[in-house]
Design a protein around this ligand. Structure first.
Ligand code: G6P
Length: 620
């Protein structure tokens, strides 16, 4: 949520900042702005709207200078206006900063600073930080310190920080201290790019690609003091530290559309490959089990585990629900799925035999991170199933499994979901084979799993049919999604996808629960999507469909190839390949992803940048 970028070096800052903001736009796109320092002045350009609008503004009113900061906003405090756009100015312009996070005590700070004469121009929490740093700088100057020295500016920041309650990633420049860029983190991600006589700071590594592959991930309470040719890293408690410089892994062309009109569609079509990636090197044919490189937990300890908690948000939470079914079925370990936003404030009984998995595409979701930290604090082994290498959750977990799905840019998660389910299937196999799962059963599961990339490729052939169905139903105001067993989480995910990008109200339900409420919504204008591939309770799902038909509700069925019976009951059928029940979510999710995509297009919605949403939710 919110993207930050900063640059100091020999090159012009503005084009680099704008390029970086384009790459970070998935984090928020309510407004964007940059500030560039030159000749004792800091010039700002900022505007409500997309980065492209800021770009137009900068074209018409150029800024030059080789030190600057930029921001793309997902509004938390204060509406979407030019004034509320970052960067924000402190004092009389001596401090300019950008912020990702939430300052919880901003109201108290604001009234204190207003009393002292500071004038607020925005309704944001961030402006209080800018004035606070300016106030600390002013105080130091009055005590005789030099405001043009690095030491004084850094001291102003370190004096201000203990007064902030909440989360922040900040990039700060100072009018009177040319060439100095300060970045500090508490709860919101920041990465430093180390180039030749230049440094970058950004919310994630994407703005650094093509400029440097040397990166340093900041931990909480770390501050980077950057000049073109200097980088000092300071921890609040331990003082000066040696930066842990890592090499950024980057797949060339990953952020290109490769001929697709939208990232979401591109990512849907990547799924045969991403599932292959999730499986690669993780199958142990000899032992008929799975293998993982980074769990960092001994087989002995894994055997002691008697309970698993999966915690996540959004689509990752739906993948976790599929995981619960898989882990209980194959590993026979009692498993619970917790919303991270709830778990972080709850106090459920857990023991050192409870293993916690944080499931996250970005590795930066604030609630998932907080829930994971809370579990770690209580001594649970805490692992991550994560896509983004080097993300905070990946770094802080005791161990984990990467998805290797490549960067997911479309705000609505697609390929990450099927990769998460693939990894959870491997995990269930692995833990199962340590316990009750027989060798032939493990071998069978492996055989089916290895087929999945090819099956998903074939599933994508339903695309034209899905488009036709979307054309028929995209004007609906409400859609119900129903599935049972492994397809219940898919119903939730299908409904979420439709809501997220086409703004159609949708609800997912276990099909039989329909009778306890949602059936009241059924009418000729409310289509019900039944996810009903072959399963051992197929006849029961058929009865649920009949109940909807009896009340005049149109039915769209996602069914197995060759199922002719369903065609005589449902109004429209989308066929997908027939796979084992426990692998169905990987297949049945795909037509629902495509359905939401086409409904959104037909309704004129912005598929990759849906309103009010952000890809990476780094605030509570
Ligand atoms: C946001 C995104 C969703 C995502 C959720 C959890 O809401 O828009 O697509 O599922 O965050 O994100 P995570 O990165 O933790 O999986």
């Amino acid at each position: 949520m919110c993207g930050i970028v900063g640059y100091v070096g020999p090159r012009q800052a503005a084009p680099l900042l704008l390029e970086g903001l384009h790459r970070l736009e998935y984090r928020g796109y309510d407004s964007a702005g940059i500030a560039v320092q030159r000749n004792g002045k800091i010039e700002l350009r900022k505007k409500a709207g997309r980065v492209s609008e800021l770009e137009r503004l900068v074209k018409s009113r150029a800024v030059s200078g080789s030190l600057g900061i930029g921001h793309t906003r997902w509004a938390t405090h204060g509406g979407v206006t030019d004034d509320n756009s970052h960067p924000h100015v402190g004092g009389n312009g001596e401090v300019v900063l950008v912020h990702n996070g939430v300052i919880e005590n901003y109201a108290a700070l604001r009234s204190h600073l207003t009393t002292k004469g500071y004038v607020f121009r925005s309704a944001t929490d961030t402006e209080a930080v800018a004035h606070l740093v300016a106030d600390c700088l002013d105080e130091l100057t009055r005590l005789g310190e030099d405001p043009s020295s690095d030491a004084t500016c850094v001291k102003a920041v370190t004096t201000a920080l203990p007064n902030l309650k909440g989360t922040y990633g900040l990039a700060i420049v100072f009018r009177d201290c040319p060439g100095l860029l300060v970045a500090v983190r508490n709860g919101s991600p920041l990465v430093i790019g180390v180039g030749e006589d230049e440094h970058f700071v950004a919310s994630d590594a994407s703005p650094l690609v093509g400029h440097t592959d040397q990166v340093v991930y900041l931990a909480d309470h770390e501050m980077a003091i950057l000049r073109a040719d200097e980088f000092t890293l300071i921890h609040r408690d331990s003082g000066v530290m040696t930066p842990d410089v890592r090499v950024l892994e980057h797949v060339p062309g990953e952020a290109d559309l490769n001929g697709f009109p939208h990232y979401m569609l591109k990512e849907i079509y990547e799924q045969p490959q991403t599932i292959e990636n999730a499986l690669r090197g993780r199958i142990d044919e000899d032992e008929a089990t799975a293998k993982f490189g980074g769990l960092n937990i001994s087989t002995q300890d894994l055997r002691r585990i008697d309970r698993i908690v999966l915690t996540a948000c959004g689509t990752s939470w739906h993948a976790a629900l599929v995981g619960e079914y898989l882990l209980e079925e194959f590993a026979r370990i009692p498993t619970e799925v917790e919303y991270a936003s709830e778990l972080r404030y709850r106090n459920p009984p857990m023991s050192d035999r409870t293993m916690v998995f944080a499931i996250t595409q970005s590795g930066e979701t604030a609630d998932t991170l907080a829930a994971m930290r809370e579990c770690k604090r209580k001594g649970q082994p805490t692992l991550a199933i994560c896509n983004t290498v080097g993300s905070t959750i990946a770094r802080e977990a005791d161990g984990g499994i990467y998805l290797h799905a490549g960067q997911e840019i479309g705000v609505a998660s697609t390929k990450a979901f099927t990769s998460q389910v693939t990894v959870l299937t491997l995990l269930a196999l692995y833990l199962g084979r340590m316990r009750h799962l027989s060798e032939p059963a493990g071998r069978r599961l492996i055989g089916y799993l290895k087929e999945m990339p090819r099956i998903v490729e074939r599933t994508l052939q339903c695309h034209d049919r899905v488009r036709e169905v979307a054309e028929k139903y995209h004007e609906a105001n409400n859609v119900l999604y129903m599935g049972r067993l492994y397809n219940f989480p898919v119903a939730l995910e299908g409904a979420l996808k439709l809501k997220e990008i086409s703004y159609i109200h949708a609800e997912g339900y276990p099909a039989a629960e329909m009778k306890h409420g949602p059936i009241a919504l059924v009418d000729p204008n409310t289509p019900s999507v039944f996810i009903t591939p072959h399963c051992h309770i197929y006849p029961k799902v058929m009865s649920n469909i009949e109940e909807v038909k009896a009340r005049g509700g149109p039915v769209i069925a996602i069914a197995c190839e060759g199922d002719e019976k369903i065609a005589s009951i449902a109004d429209d059928v989308i066929y997908v390949p027939d796979v084992e029940e426990y692998l169905q979510p990987i297949v049945t999710a795909i037509p629902l992803q495509l359905f939401s995509y086409h409904c959104a297009l037909l309704r004129g919605c912005n598929v990759d940048r849906p309103r009010n949403l952000a890809k990476s939710v780094t605030v509570e």
